[in-house]
Design a protein around this ligand. Structure first.
Ligand SMILES: C[S@@+](CC[C@H](N)C(=O)[O-])C[C@H]1O[C@@H](n2cnc3c(N)ncnc32)[C@H](O)[C@@H]1O
Length: 952
């Protein structure tokens, strides 16, 4: 190193290897497409409600509660008889044990009987629904994501400053700073956090019965739709946060508003309560014996939700209702509403894990009885009026205090006269000094902690003895505003709220579940605090937001007590003071009357939200998997039935019937640019091998607003005099309910559609395999009939509970990403060239999205930098998508990381991550790259290209 260079103390060097996504070795979560071992069917799970809680309590004839009640009465009687019998036998340990057991059983039966006869909440459909079935499906890993892996691809863009520094320091041009400054927590047993697309009921059932996670979740945070207005629950577009509570009419005029998401349940609150009770029942089974569940709800349905939770968890396990402020108040005809509620139940209140939280106590002069000062000479006086109004400062060295009660209830064994400053004081009859007598009282006097108040003594509690107070169940400091995190999702919960719940009820390393992910607040907070997490949502839009939020987040690195155990070993907390003498560490002293009176060192409290932070480390989100219940079919029997092993042909039949009904109620396919295609006359085809339905489509017009001609047309259709000439017949095939559309399904359906002279084939699915998607694009050339892929919103899987199925947003025609793969020469000035060792590299450019217009039969093109997000898998294995590069065009999504890495990378890197061209990459073992685009609706569009096709 040249002598005149300033020596900078380096951080410990470490060689860096490119981060590899760990392969899942959990047999229960295969990568999508590798599910051959799951061909074996698992029966759906039946959950029974506690019959004692059904409305059958009226003791009518067929009621199971009656049977339960009679059985309990009989059991009590039998116990009594048996005890009487045993009393006649000669004593023995065996006899005594049986008597004990019988005696314990009687109060148990009595309490169940009491519950039966208590009042209960009833609603429509509750009596009929004594049990419900949930399909038991495996979960498949569709995507693996890791911020570290993405940052590794920026190697070539290290800023020169850093480059020179390291080259000079270590003489090693390959050296990377990434590994030193970027870290994520790692968990034992290869645990990988999970974001799951699917209905919470199905996913929780899979967690319970495919993965045996019952009894392992420490905390569940659930923020379900409130069961009120539309906008309070869902957001249909990735980049559009404003959702109005418009009525249906407005919504049809405003195509961005997705009616399918509407929170108008078929039977209103009745359906809502059924929805909630089912999910709570499964949630209970997932909780550890010390676990907690917190449900976020507004004032509108707080009371029935608490009733339902009483029913599911038992009233005895109720912990608290926490009220938290959200806004400064919604205007209303009567008093304004400014907050929401958290209803907290424990699995078992007696055993619940609870870490008390502390907040800074208000200690301004005059508040909470702090109206006195002790001066440096030991004398005391009341604050002056000006001091109380903070108009004049307190004297230098004065300590603010509150005179606290020194007398406890209950007579002492003898009189307790105590002489102080020339006068003797006695506790009143029937009470005693709180400090032990006389030594404790003497110690208080010696410590100058006694305050004379008329005829008695009080304890001097200084404001700085413990400037904290227990957090109670009223949180007024949680308003989302200027200084809190920016909101990306319309119904995003303030992180402070979730953080408190998590810190109160879990320890580092514990598992947390949020069955209503939304924008991923619980996952984000769990990631921050080193808790393992699983989060679930039925909708792709919030999951797209949540992925972006997690991928681009940075967190403080909380020091671990035992590095090798990861967060499960706990964080380091220390006692620390700043130069003003204020306690700033995670351990704070708690001086009490008792500690002074007993001459003990002050107690200590741990502020769990203040672990030690290592500022030299930038922490990012650890690797996580994106999973779904949707597998790709391994095989297809050619009989129109998908064979992923999860469903029978009978189930498929009923699924097709349901889809047909939905399509009839909602016969509109949405295209980009505000246009729709109207299907008419939807019906099952007369005789069919592969097709699910046929319909008529207007040959000329889009059906967004019916034209006069269409109105006439419809009237004619109704009267049977339909002008078939203006319409063309199209064929429809539905993909599987719990699977992706396969190539074979498309091929067979297209052949049949062609043979039967349909003008077009619509393939409607929840997911599609890339080769099937490819075939659809080429269908005209290969089979002779054009085909269009129509994405159905996964919300449909919520079955009969969604009311409004006539929306035009249930089915949308989505585009196919157009990409260019080109060979690039390694640039010798950049790190990329060192890594590439002069091999040729590849680069992908997202040119845009091609959307096939089934009416004009033309391709519409949208630009690549208009999509909300796109990911690259530089070595796609055909099964699971490993996100090696992630782009959020035209956003400042990576801003946090940019700030945290303080100039480690060239400025241009951040523009690159918001653009449409990938960083160069070397070919991997599979020789193909895949690009996944997330469109405005959260649809995921995948395209795969062999690197052999790369342009020079
Ligand atoms: C009120 S939001 C949650 C917002 C979240 N707390 C946040 O901070 O972003 C409710 C979420 O639940 C999802 N949801 C509703 N019903 C569901 C179900 N049955 N299964 C899974 N997710 C569901 C919705 O898609 C929506 O994103």
């Amino acid at each position: 190193m040249p002598a005149n260079k300033r020596v900078i103390k380096p951080r410990l060097p470490r060689t860096t290897e490119t981060y590899q996504h760990p392969e899942a070795n959990l047999p229960m979560r295969p990568e999508v497409g590798t599910q051959a071992q799951f061909k074996k069917k698992k029966a759906p799970r039946t959950y029974r409600y506690d019959s004692s809680l059904s409305p059958a309590l009226e003791w009518d004839g067929k009621n199971p509660a009656r049977e339960a009640g009679e059985a309990l009465i009989k059991e009590i009687a039998d116990c009594g008889l048996r005890i009487a019998e045993l009393a006649k036998e000669s004593p023995s340990p065996k006899r005594d044990k049986e008597v004990e057991q019988l005696k314990a059983r009687i109060p148990e039966c009595r309490s169940r009987l009491r519950r039966i006869s208590g009042p209960f909440l009833n609603w429509t459909g509750k009596a009929e629904r004594l049990s419900f079935d949930v399909p038991t499906l495996p979960l498949f890993v569709h995507e693996r994501l890791s911020t570290k892996a993405i940052i590794e691809t920026l190697e070539g863009h290290k800023s020169d400053k850093q480059d020179d520094f390291f080259r000079e320091l270590y003489g090693d041009p390959h050296h990377s700073v990434t590994d030193q400054v970027l870290r994520a927590y790692e968990y034992r047993d290869d645990w990988v956090n999970r974001m799951i697309l699917g209905d919470s009921l199905v996913v929780m059932n899979s967690l319970l019965h495919y993965e045996s996670l019952g009894g392992q979740v420490q905390m569940i945070y659930m923020d379900p739709p409130y069961g009120v207005k539309f906008g309070s629950n869902f957001q249909p577009f990735v980049r559009k946060r404003d959702v109005g509570h418009n009525d249906d009419e407005d919504m049809t005029r405003e195509p961005e508003m997705v009616q399918a998401y509407r929170d108008t349940w078929q039977l209103g609150l009745h359906s809502y309560l059924t929805y909630l009770r089912d999910r709570l029942l499964l949630a209970r089974d997932l909780l550890t014996p010390t676990g907690s569940i917190l449900v976020q709800i507004s004032d509108e349905n707080l009371h029935p939700v608490r009733e339902v939770m009483d029913e599911v968890f038992g009233a005895e396990n109720f912990c608290a209702i926490i009220a938290f402020a959200k806004t400064t108040g919604f205007e209303s005809k009567v008093i304004s509403t400014a907050g929401d509620y958290l209803v907290w139940y424990a699995k078992d209140r007696e055993r619940v894990k609870y870490n008390p939280l502390f907040i800074e106590a208000e200690r301004d002069p005059g508040t909470g009885g702090y109206r006195w000062v002790q001066l440096p000479d030991g004398s005391t006086r009341a604050l002056t009026a000006a001091e109380l109004r903070s108009e004049s400062p307190m004297p230098e060295g004065a300590r603010l205090y509150s005179p606290d009660n020194l007398i406890a209830q209950g007579a002492a064994s003898g009189p307790q006269p105590f002489a102080y400053k020339g006068k003797t004081y006695q506790p009143p009859a029937g009470s005693h000094w709180k400090a032990n007598y006389p030594d404790g009282m003497n110690r208080l006097a010696a410590a100058n902690r006694l305050h004379v108040s008329e005829n008695t003594l009080r304890f001097i509690r200084f404001a700085d003895d413990f400037p904290w107070q227990d957090l109670n169940s009223l949180w007024t400091d949680t308003v989302t505003g200027q200084f809190t995190d920016a909101k990306t999702y319309v119904v995003q919960t303030n992180t402070k709220v979730v953080q408190r719940c998590l810190l109160m009820t879990t320890s580092p390393g514990d598992l947390v579940l949020d069955p209503t992910c939304g924008s991923g607040t619980t996952a984000y907070v769990a990631e921050q605090w080193g808790r393992r997490w699983i989060t679930v949502d039925t909708s792709r839009v919030p999951l797209a937001l949540a992925r972006q939020r997690l991928l681009t987040a940075t967190f403080p690195y909380y020091e671990l007590k035992e590095e090798e155990r990861g967060p499960a070993g706990g964080f380091v907390y220390k006692r620390k003071q700043n130069n003003k003498g204020e306690e700033v560490g995670g351990i704070v002293p708690h001086i009490t009357l008792k500690s002074i009176a007993n001459s003990e060192p002050p107690g200590e409290e741990v502020l769990v939200d203040r672990p030690e932070v290592k500022n030299s480390i930038v922490r990012v989100t650890g690797p996580f998997a994106f999973e779904a219940t949707i597998p790709t079919p391994v095989d297809w029997e050619g009989d129109g039935v998908e064979d992923s092993g999860a469903i029978s042909s009978e189930d498929y039949g009923s699924f097709v019937d349901r889809m047909l009904e939905v399509l009839r109620k909602s016969p509109v396919l949405r295209l980009e640019g505000n246009r729709t295609v109207q299907l008419r006359n939807i019906r099952p085809p007369a005789k069919s091998l592969s097709l699910s339905a046929e319909a008529m489509v207007d040959a000329s017009a889009y059906g967004q607003k019916p034209t006069l001609a269409e109105v006439v047309d419809e009237a004619e259709e109704k009267s049977g005099r339909h002008l078939a000439l203006t319409q063309k017949p199209v064929a429809i095939v539905f993909g599987p309910e719990n699977g992706a559309v396969s190539e074979k399904l498309v091929y067979e359906a297209a052949r049949e559609a062609h043979a039967k002279n349909y003008t077009q084939l619509y393939v409607i699915g929840f997911a599609i395999q890339p080769n099937a998607r490819d075939l659809i694009e080429k269908c005209q050339q290969v089979v002779g009939v054009p085909a269009t892929y129509v994405q159905a919103t996964p919300d449909l899987m919520m079955g009969d509970l969604l009311k409004n199925m006539r929306s035009s947003q249930i089915f949308s025609v989505c585009g196919l990403p157009e990409i260019r793969v080109s060979k690039v020469q390694a640039d010798i000035k950049t790190k990329a060239s060192y890594a590439a060792k002069a091999e040729s590299q590849y680069q992908v450019e997202l040119l845009g999205l091609d959307v096939f217009d089934p009416i004009s039969m033309k391709l519409d093109h949208q630009k690549g930098n208009d999509v909300p997000a796109w990911f690259l898998d530089a070595d796609y294995n055909g099964l699971c998508f490993h996100v090696s590069q992630a782009f959020f065009p035209r956003t400042g999504a990576w801003e946090n990381l940019k700030r945290a890495l303080k100039g480690s990378y060239e400025e241009s890197v951040w523009d690159h991550l918001a653009g449409s061209v990938s960083a160069p990459f070397a070919a991997g073992e599979h020789g193909q790259a895949a690009v996944k685009v997330i469109d405005q609706r959260g649809n995921e569009l995948l395209v795969v290209k062999s690197l052999k096709e790369a342009e020079e």
